[in-house]
Design a protein around this ligand. Structure first.
Ligand code: MGD
Ligand code: MGD
Ligand code: SF4
Ligand code: MO
Length: 902
């Protein structure tokens, strides 16, 4: 890519997780781009995790959607913006005219910038007059939103990242922080190095990478958090830890909450049974929590993604309210947000049950306030459909036109095959994305190319309420345009005024002014950006990261706030926080005879969601090169599946296929499958199809962490892999998965037909039809071995290795051949022999992605040099010396090697 036109160094914000790290992008003399952590950004102070560090590798234009496209007679064809926008505006207008405003919907994303989000919400709620705009934050943060509103009266995270460093105990529940919020986790680990008395507790049914660095792990039964925290509430009360003054002055509902907790969780033994943990361990945790004033309880999807997610959130907040441990340095409940702008979306009211600027859709005065401010022709009168219901309404034909922006619901929704059915039936599906090939795009009638990270411009808000600028430093590729511009264009074509913005600065200013609009008196909202209203374009462009609420200091400069509620004032009409009575309940669907196991789903360290961006980086591909089904070895034995072989996971809703793995620290009775693979990267590994669509009754957040399933062998006659410079269509393989290597696509595949039966099949598979090409082939039918390579002008184009067993040759030395312009005679012989020369041995899956160090290299160094700690490993092979994300895995390897040596 030509980067010579970009300014020298631009300070921006990472587009991945909610930590919201500051990034500096620098053009290099060779035209490439160097990415570094912004040392002045408070969130990360110069650190980046490996996903952030690899951003430069994901910006190439291959695979990008560069031109609008329209579907005609089943085929997509390129179109002009005019044509595409007309089609969208006319389609929406027609549906509204014929079936009313609730017959159209927007499904948007926490990866949009605040300015994009603001415009989308304004269009739908204020001008179309329906609240049928929901977002993938429904799948992510909505239980926290609902919990915050019940307890505090407003969706507010009280604390900040510094609290993690100031605390004496940090409880991480339902959060694999080491992998999902890596730089924050590194801050925490460093703080503990400085103050070893500080304790880290992890509550997670799995022994995750986060657990490797924890002082205590409670491997609770999936879904049992509310029992645990209700039990803690009782324990704290019994131990006299209730802060009487704080409770009397600043809370309500204590008696009801305590009564509910006592009724259900008054007995420690009973709680230990409900949570399936050792009572002594539980008591040790309770005692430590009781004895420590400075406690942060941070939580993420193990809490939110549950049919009782909102109650789980409140059971945590209750413990902090009882002890008055909130709003002060080093303490408080802390919801870790997932996406880069999960927070910003909530500020503008992007969810179907919110309005804008933290105003309430169901409050007539606030509705009128927003309508007046927007000068809008109408305003949505009631909450719209939440994501899962929205897609049901689409399938039932109640939604006629749907516009999806910056999310990939065919992969990420629960019961994801339902999402497919819904989109297939919908009259008009519009998709705005940055890449051309996604599972969702396949259902688009109109495809709109969006600007991506580095090209788009605006603001995002991270988990600690810190607003940061994402700045553009790359030219717009092809015909791609910013999402806000496209939304405004459609709004104008639908005849709406109020969308004549010239820049993101104007939108932000309107958003800031709205936050202060009629915001006074007893019901004043705490979310306010008064201090940022009226900024000049230049001030906006130069905006330094700042935490809301933002007021103006005496010097006239914007002043942020690190913490809220420190004065004991909450956003409820009484000014008091509410302890919510919680009656714990288990997952909606429980395992039974047909589906005896519980499926848990989540993330791996180096991939982001559906891999449309991280999937482009070879550096990130090596850590987990394939989808997997992690399960306990005894369960594998029981259900007749074997490590390394393929298995199928089936639920009432759908099925998926991946390779069985052990070692993910999973208890008996559960499976863990990563969420990242889609129809673009695997034949059958889209786990969303298996996930049950049960949701929390208040928040509507799906129960992604718990679906009853069964597992069985996926029988195949052979296993194989392909390295190919060209992307291949592998429809004929029974199963395949794909990742990107440095010079070749890498496919793992498996087939049902015996290889020998179909002569010429391999040439077809590799698309090696060129008669002039070299075709090397080796076959041993008795042993079930087959190898082939396709060369053009001495350069390797593709190769295929097949065996009856899943353990095939190392891909590392083969991949190296793709870096060569010509293969030597020795290379050709090696290809047929199926092994590289000595010294080119496989280093195994990547552990340290920053320095590309494999597992085998680390294990060898540990045993040869008798290494005993991570520092020793780093000194010897560099692994762990940069972002630190792999430190937990290095610790695990140190333990494994020590165990093996005994
Ligand atoms: N590498 C990477 N990082 C990411 C993302 C990514 O795609 N890749 N995505 C970002 C986004 S949008 C989000 S929302 C966050 C998610 O961040 P996390 O929530 O930390 O990640 P998950 O892997 O979804 O799930 C967290 C843990 O919850 C545990 N869990 C399951 N059931 C229960 C339960 O009943 N109780 C408890 N206590 N724990 C349970 C799971 O075993 C899992 O380890 O990550 C963000 N960061
Ligand atoms: N089974 C299971 N499913 C889950 C979860 C789970 O834990 N388990 N977690 C859920 C959670 S927490 C989340 S957040 C979701 C995430 O799920 P999705 O939001 O569906 O996943 P992404 O891959 O991030 O999708 C973002 C899409 O937007 C595109 N894109 C990127 N930047 C831009 C832009 O600037 N403009 C536009 N228009 N498009 C852009 C990307 O190419 C991509 O196609 O998944 C949810 N689904
Ligand atoms: S921790 Fe999150 S925000 Fe920071 S670099 Fe990594 S993915 Fe980006
Ligand atoms: Mo998320």
């Amino acid at each position: 890519m030509k980067l010579s036109t970009i300014p020298l160094a631009v300070r921006t914000t990472c587009p991945y997780c909610g930590v919201g790290c500051g990034v500096t992008a620098m053009a290099q003399p060779d035209g490439s781009l160097a990415i570094a952590g912004d040392t002045e950004h408070e969130a990360n102070r110069g650190r980046l995790c490996v996903k952030g560090a690899a951003l430069g590798e994901t910006l190439g234009l291959d695979g990008r959607l560069l031109q609008p496209a329209l579907r005609e007679r089943g085929q997509l064809r390129d179109a002009s913006w005019d044509e595409a926008l007309d089609r969208v505006a006319a389609g929406f207008a027609r549906a509204i005219a014929q079936h009313g405003p609730d017959s159209v919907a927007l499904y948007v994303s926490g990866q949009m910038l605040t300015e994009d989000y603001y415009v989308a919400n304004k269009l739908m709620k204020g001008y179309i007059g329906s609240a049928n705009i929901d977002t993938n934050s429904r799948l992510c943060m909505s239980s926290s939103v609902a919990g915050h509103k019940r307890a505090f009266g407003e969706d507010i995270v009280p604390g900040c990242y510094e609290d993690f460093e100031l605390a004496d105990m940090v409880v991480l529940t339902g959060s694999n922080t080491a992998w999902c919020h890596p730089t924050l986790f590194q801050r925490l680990v460093r703080a503990r190095e400085l103050r070893p008395q500080m304790k880290i507790v992890v509550i997670d049914p799995r022994r995750t990478a986060t657990v490797e660095l924890a002082d205590m792990h409670l491997p609770i039964k999936p879904g049992s958090d509310a029992w645990l925290f209700n039990g803690l509430l009782c324990h704290l009360a019994r131990q006299g830890r209730a802060d009487r003054d704080f409770i009397a002055a600043h809370t309500e509902g204590l008696d009801e909450a305590l009564a509910a907790a006592h009724d259900t969780c008054g007995d420690l033994q009973a709680v230990a049974r409900a949570c399936r943990v050792d009572p002594a361990l539980l008591l040790a945790f309770y005692d430590a929590f009781a004895a420590t004033t400075k406690v942060v309880t941070a939580y993420s999807q193990g809490i939110n993604q549950s049919s009782s997610g909102t109650d789980k959130v409140n059971s945590i907040i209750n413990c902090h309210l009882l002890t008055g441990r909130i709003g002060k340095p080093g303490m408080g409940p802390f919801s870790l947000t997932g996406q880069p702008n999960a927070m910003g979306g909530r500020e503008v009211g992007g969810l179907a049950n919110m309005l804008a600027a933290h105003m309430e859709l169901e409050d007539p005065a606030q509705r009128a306030a927003v309508q007046t401010f927007w000068n809008a022709p109408r305003i949505a009168q009631r909450p719209g459909l939440k994501a899962v219901d929205l897609f049901r309404a689409v399938e039932e034909g109640r939604i006629k036109a749907l516009w999806i922006i910056a999310t990939n619901p065919v992969v990420s929704l629960p019961d994801a095959d339902q999402a497919r059915r819904a989109l297939a039936k919908c009259d008009l599906v519009v998709v705005s994305d940055i890449v051309a090939g996604t599972d969702t795009n396949a259902y688009a009638d109109v495809l709109l190319p969006a600007l991506g990270w580095g090209e788009k411009d605006g603001t995002v808000t991270n988990s600690e309420r810190r607003i940061s600028r994402q700045r553009s430093f790359l030219p717009a590729p092809g015909a791609a345009r910013a999402d806000w511009q496209v939304l405004c264009d459609v709004a104008r074509r639908m005849g709406f005024g109020g969308f004549d913005y010239q820049s993101v600065h104007e939108i932000f200013d309107e958003h800031a002014r709205l936050s202060a609009w009629r915001n006074e008196g007893a019901t004043a909202r705490m979310f306010r950006l008064d201090g940022l209203a009226g900024m000049s374009r230049r001030d906006y462009d130069e905006l330094e990261p700042i935490q809301w609420p933002v007021t103006r200091g005496k010097d006239g400069k914007p002043r942020g706030a690190a913490r809220l509620f420190g004065d004991g004032r909450f956003a409820r009409p009484s000014g008091r926080a509410r302890l919510v009575p919680v009656l714990p309940r288990g997952p909606a669907n429980l395992p039974g005879d047909d589906y005896p196991l519980a499926l848990n789903t989540g993330r791996v360290r180096d991939q982001w969601h559906t891999m449309t961006r991280t999937g482009k980086s070879p550096r990130l591909a090596g850590h987990v090169p394939e989808p997997f089904i992690d399960m306990h070895p005894q369960d594998a034995l029981l259900y007749g599946v074997r490590e390394g072989e393929l298995a199928r996971v089936t639920s009432c809703w759908g099925a998926m296929v991946a390779r069985v793995a052990h070692g993910g620290g999973i208890a008996r009775g559960s499976l863990f499958v990563p969420i990242h693979w889609s129809g673009q990267t695997a034949a059958h590994a889209r786990v969303g199809a298996v996930v049950n669509p049960a949701v929390d009754p208040l928040s509507g957040e799906p129960e992604f962490k718990h679906t009853p399933v069964r597992v069985e062998p996926f029988g195949v006659a052979w296993h194989g892999f392909i390295l190919s410079r060209r992307a291949l269509a592998l429809e004929r393989a029974a199963n395949w998965t794909r990742i990107e290597g440095a010079s070749a696509h890498r496919y793992e595949l498996a087939g049902r037909q015996p290889v020998a039966l179909a002569p010429g099949w391999a040439r077809e598979l590799l698309e090696a039809v060129d008669e002039d090409a070299d075709w090397l082939e080796y076959e041993d039918q008795g042993a079930g071995l087959y190898r082939a390579a396709h060369l053009v002008d001495g350069r390797i184009e593709a190769c295929l290795f097949v065996s009856r067993l899943p353990a095939l040759q190392s891909r590392a030395w083969l991949a190296a051949l793709f870096g060569q312009e010509r293969l030597s005679a020795q290379d050709r012989a090696d290809l047929l022999a199926g092994c590289g020369r000595a010294g080119a041995s496989d280093t195994g899956p990547t552990v340290c992605s920053c320095f590309g160090v494999g597992r085998a290299t680390i294990c060898k160094a540990i045993s040869e040099h008798k290494l005993v700690d991570v520092a020793g490993v780093t000194a010897c092979v560099k692994a762990g010396g940069n972002c630190g994300s792999c430190v937990p895995e290095i610790r695990q390897l140190l333990a494994d090697v020590a165990l093996a040596a005994k």
